[in-house]
Design a protein around this ligand. Sequence first.
Ligand SMILES: [Cu+2]
Ligand SMILES: [Zn+2]
Length: 175
Amino acid sequence: MKKYLLLLTMGMVMILGSCSRPGKEIAQAMLNSTKDNTSIGVAKFYSEAGGKIKMDLELNFPERADSTVAVHFHEYGDCGNMGENTHGHWNPTNEPHGKWGSAAYHSGDIGNIKLDGKGHATLSVTTDRWSVMPNDVKNIIGRGIIVHGGTDDYTTQPTGNSGPRVGCGVIEEVK
Ligand SMILES: [Cu+2]
Ligand SMILES: [Zn+2]
């Protein structure tokens, strides 16, 4: 009986230990211009209660002041060839492209973001569509983040007709 309790306790400790504590930063992507590689922003990911992940995205992109850009997670974490090496939208659930929070959308369809007169904007997204666990189809580590110079129409497949790839970053684990 004592042995059983000990094993049970050890099991509980292992389960709790595998979950990051809420609020801890678990991943990050530095975003750079595809044109000149200067910084245009950062995405920080935090573990949240209930296994969810929160992304705080901040853009500082003066060149795009007073315009709308579109942001998606793309399949590969390679920003080469003006962001083309990230290939298409990351789509672990085999859904059509769409608007975040609608009936169906890709798990990285962040969508349109309005930049102010200085090219600044922030956006926070919390979801259970992401994880940082190895071998999980929802794992966001190593995915690309693309900033497009146009507007996502949320309809055109499979890209939303979002325009050129003006910014790019790779989601990297924060230990
Ligand atoms: Cu995209
Ligand atoms: Zn998409």
